[in-house]
Design a protein around this ligand. Structure first.
Ligand code: FES
Length: 171
């Protein structure tokens, strides 16, 4: 099951914050990567949409087409909305041998989504990812900067419940 993307217009506060970030980087073409990353990070859905591009283009003088090229070149820049919590399950080497597939199945069942999808409320998205260097506690999943290992069904439930209860807090 996948969900239709819903694009929201920027609020006045978001426009103000974007303007402040552009000012901080002197509206400069030279700082465009840092500018875009910081803007992306400041937005709830963590992506650079067309409306943001227009503001950046106006202020920096970089044509929209060049901004799109920059965003397609750098994988850390997103052009689609992201969920608040991105769950990445390592499916490499020892995690794979330690049955990362079962971990994926538990997450898919609990979140009612498949890998590559997000929950209806944009709280979670589920992906597979590369080794995160915690092979001894595999299978592991990474959410934000936190790596969780030695996972079973109960532990996964607790982690998801905590994040759900903290939905209005920091990621
Ligand atoms: S193989 Fe999964 S963390 Fe290294």
């Amino acid at each position: 099951m996948s969900y239709k993307l819903v694009y929201k217009s920027l609020t006045d506060d978001q426009r103000q914050e974007i303007g402040d970030i552009l000012t901080k980087y002197d509206n400069s073409e030279l700082n465009i990567l840092n500018t875009l990353l910081e803007i992306q990070d400041s937005l709830d859905e963590k992506y650079i949409g067309e409306e943001v591009c227009e503001i950046v283009s106006d202020r920096t003088g970089i044509p929209m087409i060049e901004l799109y090229d920059i965003m397609s070149f750098y994988s850390m820049l997103d052009t689609e909305p992201r969920a608040k919590y991105k769950i990445e399950v390592c499916d490499c080497g020892s995690c794979y041998l330690n049955d990362s597939q079962s971990l994926i199945e538990v997450l898919e069942e609990k979140l009612r989504i498949k890998v590559g999808e997000h929950t209806y409320d944009w709280l979670f998205e589920l992906e597979t990812g590369p080794c995160v260097g915690a092979c001894d506690i595999g299978p592991v999943m990474k959410i934000g900067d936190t790596v969780y290992g030695n996972l079973d069904k109960e532990k996964i439930s607790r982690i998801l419940d905590n994040l759900h209860n903290n939905r209005n807090g920091e990621a």
